[in-house]
Design a binder for this molecule. Structure first.
Ligand SMILES: *Cc1c(COP(=O)(O)O)cnc(C)c1O
Length: 381
């Protein structure tokens, strides 16, 4: 007999908030009392705590992850016509800011196991105009940074890590050194969009770097290119993390490892349910990176992915397709070239509910429903 279970959501922001509500509410009321809405002390405090967590010299908070990527490229002085290599299988923001700055996005296919940019295909995409590589740590797992760093060094290219989906993930180099996602290239960019692993209650983002000069440049660009009040040395933008978002993030940062562990536990549950399934392939876990499971993404084979999604939705289980269209086929970013892995993934991936609040009861309902899909299909035919 089926007992009523709590509604299942892709991301459960309400459940997460309930657990820290008194602390968050108090912090927001304090800020309202002080009316310190922009550049309040909470921004610096969050910045310092995130620097400590990531073991990076500089965190520069800004308004969102897309801006963070754009400001990195501006701080590095990339010029119109410069080419920037990134993954074909990613959220559009990565390629969008490249194009917006008049740079040329050059897309590279991904590794079929990790879904991240395939380092063995990067060198073929390098031309004399190439200036930077933007690896995306997709779904919560780091791209193969050691190989990417070696290529970048050989060809004198900058690396900007898009770590919007992988905050807290650890990468291990062959010499045993471990680094947090976003701190291995010249610059890293992240997003605090509410559904990310560390999310605020609106838009937010940050830039990471160990380089003092790049840090002060990025900080200046965030604030209208201003070096001191009303002196503008650079063309900048208006991109700030407001005080309330910083206060929320500072509280949630203390729980980030615990949130990521809860996600990993949910992923382990899914993995064991789908082990040996003839039509479903669980996400691969790379040896050199931990996985913080921003998404739990299955590959389907021999079943209709869209029918499975419909079936889940009929059973009140949300599922999403990240991403249905390869970037090279998006109208705004049409590119020739061969992207067989990305094309294949866009046709077969399906992401299941993944967040820090999934109960065993919910996980059991989700996995049992998925395991009954074949039978349901057979009965329909
Ligand atoms: C969410 C995301 C972004 C953009 O972040 P916003 O804060 O929404 O601007 C960029 N890249 C990737 C891979 C993302 O997932």
């Amino acid at each position: 007999m089926q007992t009523a279970i709590a509604p299942i959501r892709m991301v459960d922001l309400i459940g997460q908030y309930q657990k820290i509500k008194p602390e968050i509410d108090q912090a927001l009321l304090d800020i309202m009392d002080r009316a310190a809405f922009i550049s309040g002390p909470e921004v610096k405090q969050f910045q310092a705590n995130l620097e400590k967590y990531l073991d990076v010299k500089h965190v520069i908070p800004c308004a969102n992850g897309t801006d963070a990527l754009q400001i990195c490229m501006m701080a590095l002085g990339l010029q119109p016509g410069d080419e920037v290599i990134t993954a074909c299988f990613t959220y559009v923001a990565t390629a969008e800011v490249i194009a917006l700055l008049g740079l040329k996005p050059v897309l590279v296919d991904v590794d079929p196991m990790t879904f991240n940019i395939d380092p063995t295909k990067i060198e073929a995409a390098i031309t004399p105009k190439t200036k930077a590589i933007v690896p995306v740590h997709l779904f919560g797992q780091c791209a193969d940074m050691e190989a990417i760093i070696n290529i970048a060094k050989k060809h004198n290219l900058y690396i900007i890590e898009d770590t919007a989906q992988a905050i807290g993930s650890d990468y291990t180099f062959t010499d045993g050194r471990t680094s947090k996602a976003g701190t291995m290239g010249q610059m890293g960019a992240t997003s605090f969009f509410p559904s990310k692993n560390l999310g605020c209650f609106g838009d937010g983002g940050a830039i990471f770097t160990n380089d003092d000069e790049l840090a002060s440049k990025a900080r200046m660009i965030c604030n209208h290119g201003q070096s001191r009040l009303y002196y503008h040395d650079e063309i900048g933008v208006n991109s700030r993390l407001d005080t309330m978002q910083a206060a929320i993030l500072d509280i949630k940062l203390k729980h980030l490892d615990e949130y990521n562990t809860a996600r990993k536990n949910a992923a382990n549950y899914y993995d064991s349910a789908f082990a040996n399934h003839p039509n479903l392939k669980a996400p691969h876990r790379a040896k050199n990176s931990t996985h913080v499971f921003h998404q739990y993404t299955l590959q389907t084979c021999g079943i209709d992915r869209n029918e499975l999604k419909k079936y889940l939705e009929e059973n009140q289980i949300p599922a999403m397709i990240y991403y249905p269209v390869p970037l090279n086929q998006q109208k705004a970013y049409i590119q020739d070239g061969s992207y067989p892995i990305t094309e294949q993934l866009c046709n077969c991936v399906i992401s299941l509910p993944m967040h820090s609040e999934l109960s065993e009861e919910q996980l059991s309902h989700i996995t049992n429903t998925i395991l009954s899909f074949d039978v349901a299909q057979d009965n329909n035919n």
